[in-house]
Write a protein that binds this ligand. Sequence first.
Ligand code: TEU
Length: 531
Amino acid sequence: MHGYPGMTERHEHPWWKSGTVYQVYPRSFQDSDGDGIGDLAGIERRLDHIARLGVDAIWLSPIFPSPMADFGYDVADYCAIHPMFGDLAAFDRLLAAAHARGLKLLLDFVPNHTSDQHPWFVASRSSRTDPKRNWYVWRDPAPDGGPPNNWISDFGGSAWEHDPASGQYYLHAFLRQQPDLNWRNPAVKTAMFDAMRFWFERGVDGFRIDVLWHIVKAADFPDNPANPYWRPGITERDRLIQQHSTDQPEAHAIAAEMRKLADGYGAKGQGRVLIGEIFLPNDRHARWFGTADRPQVHLPFNFQLIENAWEAATLREMIAAYEASLPPHGWPNWVIGSHDAPRIAARIGEAQARVAAMLLLTLRGTPTLYQGDELGIGKVDIPPDRVRDPQELRQPGIGIGRDRSRTPMPWDDTAQAGFSTAEPWLPLNPDWRTRNVAAQERDPASMLTLYRRLLALRRAHPALAVGDFRLLDAADGVLAYERCRGDAVLRVALNLTDAPKPLPFTGAVLLSTLDGARGDTLRANEGIICQ
Ligand code: TEU
C-alpha cells in the first residue's frame, strides 16, 4: 500500500472502520470471454480502476454455481465458482491481484436459502425420510389443504410451495427456486460454517451476508400480522409485517457464532469482516452489532440514505437518530446504491448525485459505493423484452425492477462500451458513448474525478475517515456538519436545493462539488468541505 498523509493515524483503526467498500456486480463489470456476461478474469483486468478510485475493499455479489433464477442469489454449491464466471484458479488469481494492490476482497454469503437445484434440496425433496429432509423448512398443509400459514414471499405470492410427491409444503422467503434452509438444524449450521471456512482459508477478507435477519423463523409458524399501511401499488410483501418470519433471537445467536468464526482468522479486531444485510428500524437494527463481549456483525448495512426523501431536514433527523441508536461499540456505515436499489443519479438527478457523493464520503462511518455510481449513471429504460429481474417479472409496473441498476459498466466509447465483444446481457446506459470511464478520466469536472478527490481526501484526513461527528445549524435545504479528530476540524455544507444558500461557516475550501468555489456562498446544488 502507498504512503499518504494521515496513513499512520488511519491505520490505528481496522480497515473496515477507516476504509471504503466498493460493490462489484460480477455479471456486469467486465466480460473477458465474449459471452456478454462479466466474469472473474474481467474483474481482474479492471482492478486498476478500483485501486485508482481509492477504495479499500471489494464486495463481489455471488459468483457461485447457480441456475441464476435470482442471478446468483440461488446458490447450488457454496464452495465452487460458476463456470460462467471462471473457476477456483481464476478466483485465486483475482484474490492475489486484489491483495497485491492493497485491496481486500469480500464475498457474498447467502445463508437463508439455497437454489432448488442444490444437492441438499434435491435430497431433501426426494422423500419425507431422507436424511436431508429437515435441512429445509417442510410443513404439513393447513386443515383446508392450503399453505401452512399466511406468509408472503418477498417476490410476491405465498412463501410456501406445495410438493405433490410428499404432500407437504416447503418455505421460500424469495422465489420458489430459493428454498429456505432450516437453521434450527445443527447439521445445516455445521455445513454452512464449513463453507465460510472454505473461503476464509482461501484468503477472503470477509463476507457480505445476504438477508441475515431472515435466517430463523418463529418455531411454531404463526400467521404474520397485516400491515395497516399497505395499499395497492406497493409490493405484495408489505401486505404483512414480517414479525414471525424474520429477526428472531436465534438468528442473533447464530450471527454471534459467525463472528466468532470470523474473528478466529486474525488477531482481535483484525479478523475477517462480516457485513450483514439487514432492513429493520433503528432499535432492532442496532441489536445486530451484538454486545461488546459477544459481538455479531461488524457492519449491519444501513440503507437509510436510500430509503429517505432527499431533503435536508429529513436527512438531518435520520442521521441524528441513526447515530443515537448505535451502541458504544457500534461503528456506523452508509449505503447509497446497490444492485437492488434504483441508481442514485436516477433518483435525485446528476447535480444532486454529486452532493450525495460528498455526503456518503464525509459522514461518520464506512461507506459502500456501488459500481457505476462513480460515473453518475442515471436512468436506464429497460425495454420490456429485455427485462430479466424476477422481482419485476413477478410484479410488473410498480417500479421495483432491478435491471436498471445492473446494466454493464461502460469503460470507453468502443463497441459495447469495452464491456464485451458480444451483445451484453442487459442494455448499456443510453449515454455510454460519453458517460464511460475513459471519458471521465480525462475530464477534471467529471463525477469520476469528484469521487477520486473525495476518496483521496478521506485518506488524507483522519478526521473524515474516523473522526467525531456533529451536526451544525444551517439554512433550510442545507445539511451541515463537522468532523473532528484531535486539533483537526473539517466542516461540510451540502446544498440540497437548486437555489443559492448562505454558507454556514468560513474556512479554506478543501473541495467543492462544483468548479471554482469562492467560499462565501453555497451555490445551487453545491457541496463544500472546508478546513
Ligand atoms: O435482497 C434482500 C431484499 O431485502 C430484497 O428483497 C430487496 O428488498 C429488494 O431487492 C429491493 O428491490 C437480497 C439481495 O440483495 C437480492 O439481490 C436478492 O434477490 C435477495 O436478497 C434474495 O437473496
